[in-house]
Design a protein around this ligand. Structure first.
Ligand code: FES
Ligand code: FES
Length: 149
């Protein structure tokens, strides 16, 4: 099954119903994408599929054939966002952080707090209380990680 992974054409030989999450971590060694619940509830496994945020634990690999997948490792220009998460203490245990950064990456410039809440509604964090995460997104460039592009 062929698809594009972080801008490169790749082929997976995994069985069709293998979770995208497992293909990313075990076949391609992209362990930035985390498994939390494994049931589509926590968002730790968030990746971009043709530009949309999806839970990689719910997507069978057969569904990504011909599509473009972007993981935290391939997220263009996310450096400012990642540094802001550190500076604002938006990452504590860190399990949720890659998924948070992926989900936040689709926010437009100047995103409001309500925009952020909606964008991160599917991403659970038990450590930070979210305020630090929202501050980090604001600090990174008014809701966009493009500041360091
Ligand atoms: S591990 Fe995929 S949503 Fe929780
Ligand atoms: S930093 Fe631990 S779950 Fe978010």
């Amino acid at each position: 099954m062929r698809f594009t992974l972080n801008g490169q054409p790749v082929e997976s030989r995994a069985p069709a119903l293998t979770r995208l999450l497992d293909v990313l971590r075990e076949e391609f060694g992209l362990t930035g994408t985390k498994e939390g619940c494994g049931e589509g509830e926590c968002g730790a496994c968030s990746v971009l599929l043709d530009g949309l945020v999806v839970n990689a634990c719910l997507v069978p690999i057969a569904q990504v054939v011909g599509s473009a997948v972007v993981t935290i490792e391939g997220l263009t220009g996310a450096g400012a966002l990642q540094r802001a998460f550190v500076a604002e203490v938006g990452a504590q245990c860190g399990i949720c952080t890659p998924g948070m950064v992926v989900a936040a990456s689709v926010l437009p410039p100047g995103a409001s707090r309500d925009d952020m809440r909606r964008a991160l509604a599917g991403n659970l964090c038990r450590c930070t209380g979210y305020e630090a995460i929202y501050r980090a997104i604001e600090a990174a460039g008014r809701g966009t990680p493009e500041a360091d592009r």
